[in-house]
Design a protein around this ligand. Structure first.
Ligand code: HEM
Length: 489
C-alpha cells in the first residue's frame, strides 16, 4: 500500500515538474508576443471567460490594447488579422487543437473533430455530397416542407390568437426539424409538438453540455456526475443508429442526404483502405448526429439575430419588405429559393446579420505545425494554439466603419473597399475546414426570413436580454426573442 502511494506521489511530482518545465519553455519562446501578464502565467482567466461564453468582447479590448497578436493563455494566441486568419484556416498545415477532441461523442473521430488529414479527406468525401449545391437544390422541397412551411403555419396560429411567441425557440425547432428530416430521413416535427420540452433537441443540447463538462472532468467522470445527460446522449445515438439500420433495410426512392451519405459510405465501411471514412455503424451515426449539432444552433441563431436586427431598424425592415413584395406579388403563393437567391437587399441583410453576429464564432483553435510559423510579424514555435475569430475581424473599425452598426446598405456599394471587406468575411469559415452545410443554411435562412417578413407584421415585445453570448453558437443571453405577429393580408 505504502509502495503504491510512493509510486503515485513520485509520478505526480514528475508530471508536475514536466508541466512546469514545458510551461517555462513555452513562456520564454513566446516572450515577444504581447498580452496581459496574468495570461502568460495561467490559462484560467481565458478558460473561465470561454466557458461562460463572454470571451469575445474581452478579446476585442485586448487586441485594441496590444495589437494584432495577443497571448491569451501560456500557449494560446489570438490573432486579429485577415492574413493570419487565412493562413491558419486556409490549409491542413494548422490542424485543429485538442479542444475538438471533446466533439467526438461516440468515441470515434468525426468530420468536425478529426485532425489527421488523410482520414479527414476520406470523411469529407463521404459527407460533402450530402450538402453539395446540387444536392441542396434537389432537396429544396424537402427542406421547405420540413422548415419554413410549418414555421409559417405555426405563426399563422399565433397571428390568429394574437398571443406572444418566442420566435427564437421556433427557429431552433425549425432548424432541427430540417436537419433531422434531410439527414436522418425522419422529421421530428418539433414545430408541431415539442413534447413538453422532452425531445431530441433538448437531448442533443444535453450532449453538448456533457461535452463541455468533459473538458475539465474527462469522459468517464463527466458521465458519472451527470448521468441524466449521459442517458440523453445514448438516446440520440440510438436515434442515429436506428435511422441508418432502417434505411439500409429498405428500398427507398427518397433522394435525401442520408441516401447520398450511405451511398458514399458503403464502399469504405470495413474496407481495407488507407483510411476508411468510418469503420462501424456507430461511427456513421456519429457523423449524422454531428450534423444535428452543427446545423441547428448556428442556423437558428442566425434567424433570431436577423429578425432582432430588423426590428431594431424599421427602415431596413421596410426596404426588405418592399423588395419581397415586388419579388413575390401573390402573398399566398409558395415561396421558393429561386425567387429569393438573387435578391440584393435580402442577401445584404443576411450578410450584415452574419457580420455582426457570426453564429459559429467559438474560438476555433489550430496548432502551429512542426516547422513553426510566422504570424503578424512573430515567429511561433510548433504546437502553440492559435485562433482568429470571425467576430473580432467583423467588429474591427480598421475593416468596417462603424463596426457595431447594422447597415445592410454597406453590402450594396460594389467597390474596392467592399472587395477587401469580402476577403475578410467568412462566417462559414474558409479553406480546408470550411462549413459543409453552408448551402443548406443559406437556403433555410433566405426562405425563413423572407416568409416571415413577407407574410406577417412583426412587433417587438420589450424585455428580452439580447446580449450576445458564445455558448457553442453566438446566442442571445436571454435565449428568447419574443414578438407579436399579425397577418399582413
Ligand atoms: C448559419 C448557419 C451556419 C454557420 C454560420 C456555420 C458556420 C460554420 C463554421 C464557421 C465552421 C468551422 C468551425 C470550426 O472550424 O471550428 C463550420 C463547420 C461545420 N459546419 Fe457549419 N455553419 C452553419 C450551418 C451548418 C449546417 C446547416 C450544417 C449541416 C447540417 C453544418 C455543418 C458543419 C460541419 C459538419 C462542420 C465541420 C466541417 C469540418 O471541420 O470540415 N453547418 N460551420
Amino acid at each position: 500500500m505504502l509502495e503504491a502511494l510512493a509510486v503515485y506521489v513520485g509520478a505526480s511530482v514528475l508530471v508536475y515538474v514536466a508541466i512546469i518545465i514545458y510551461r517555462h519553455k513555452v513562456r520564454s519562446q513566446l516572450r515577444h508576443v504581447p498580452g496581459p501578464w496574468y495570461c502568460a502565467l495561467s490559462s484560467l482567466p481565458y478558460m473561465v471567460l470561454f466557458a461562460l461564453g463572454i470571451q469575445l468582447e474581452w478579446l476585442r479590448r485586448l487586441h485594441d490594447q496590444y495589437g494584432p497578436l495577443v497571448r491569451v493563455a501560456p500557449d494560446i494566441l489570438s490573432a486579429r488579422s485577415v492574413e493570419a486568419a487565412r493562413t491558419i484556416l486556409g490549409t491542413h498545415k494548422f490542424v485543429k487543437g485538442a479542444m475538438y477532441n471533446n466533439c467526438a461523442f461516440t468515441g470515434h473521430p468525426n468530420l468536425l473533430s478529426v485532425t489527421e488529414p488523410v482520414l479527414y479527406k476520406a470523411k469529407h468525401r463521404m459527407i460533402a455530397p450530402m450538402f453539395s449545391k446540387v444536392a441542396i437544390d434537389e432537396m429544396e422541397s424537402i427542406v421547405i416542407a420540413a422548415g419554413a412551411e410549418p414555421l409559417v403555419e405555426r405563426l399563422q396560429r399565433h397571428a390568429d390568437t394574437g398571443d406572444i411567441v418566442n420566435v427564437h425557440q421556433l427557429f431552433c425547432y425549425m432548424a432541427f426539424d430540417v436537419v433531422s428530416d434531410v439527414v436522418f430521413g425522419r422529421n421530428i416535427r418539433l414545430l408541431e409538438d415539442d413534447n413538453g420540452g422532452d425531445n431530441m433537441l433538448t437531448w442533443t443540447l444535453s450532449m453538448l453540455l456533457l461535452q463541455l463538462a468533459q473538458i475539465p472532468l474527462g469522459e468517464r467522470v463527466a458521465s458519472w456526475i451527470f448521468p441524466r445527460l449521459a442517458i440523453q446522449r445514448k438516446k440520440v445515438i440510438k436515434f442515429g443508429l436506428d435511422a441508418i439500420r432502417e434505411r439500409l433495410g429498405t428500398e427507398t426512392v427518397r433522394v435525401d442526404a442520408l441516401q447520398r451519405f450511405l451511398a458514399a459510405a458503403r464502399p469504405s465501411v470495413g474496407e481495407e483502405v488507407a483510411a476508411p471514412a468510418a469503420t462501424s455503424e456507430l461511427e456513421l451515426a456519429g457523423e449524422l448526429i454531428l450534423q444535428l449539432q452543427a446545423g441547428t444552433d448556428t442556423t437558428a441563431n442566425c434567424c433570431t439575430w436577423t429578425i432582432h436586427a430588423l426590428l431594431e431598424h424599421p427602415k431596413a425592415l421596410e426596404r426588405l419588405r418592399a423588395e419581397l413584395d415586388a419579388a413575390i406579388p401573390d402573398a399566398s403563393a409558395p415561396i421558393t429559393h429561386k425567387m429569393l437567391k438573387d435578391l440584393a437587399y435580402l442577401n445584404a441583410v443576411l450578410n450584415e446579420s452574419l457580420r455582426l453576429y457570426p453564429t459559429a464564432t467559438a474560438d476555433a483553435h489550430r496548432v502551429v505545425p512542426e516547422s513553426g510559423a510566422k504570424l503578424c510579424g512573430h515567429f511561433l514555435p510548433a504546437k502553440i494554439n492559435v485562433f482568429a475569430s470571425q467576430y473580432l475581424l467583423n467588429r474591427w473599425e480598421q475593416l468596417w466603419p462603424q463596426p457595431d452598426a447594422f447597415q445592410p446598405e454597406r453590402w450594396l456599394v460594389e467597390d474596392e473597399v467592399l472587395n477587401e471587406q469580402k476577403h475578410a468575411f467568412f462566417p462559414f469559415s474558409t479553406g480546408a475546414r470550411a462549413c459543409v452545410g453552408r448551402h443548406l443554411a443559406q437556403l433555410e435562412l433566405r426562405v425563413a426570413i423572407a416568409s416571415l417578413v413577407r407574410r406577417f407584421n412583426l412587433e417587438r415585445v420589450p424585455g428580452d436580454d439580447m446580449t450576445p453570448r458564445c455558448i457553442f453558437a453566438l446566442t442571445p443571453r436571454g435565449q428568447a426573442l419574443n414578438i407579436r405577429v399579425t397577418h399582413r393580408h
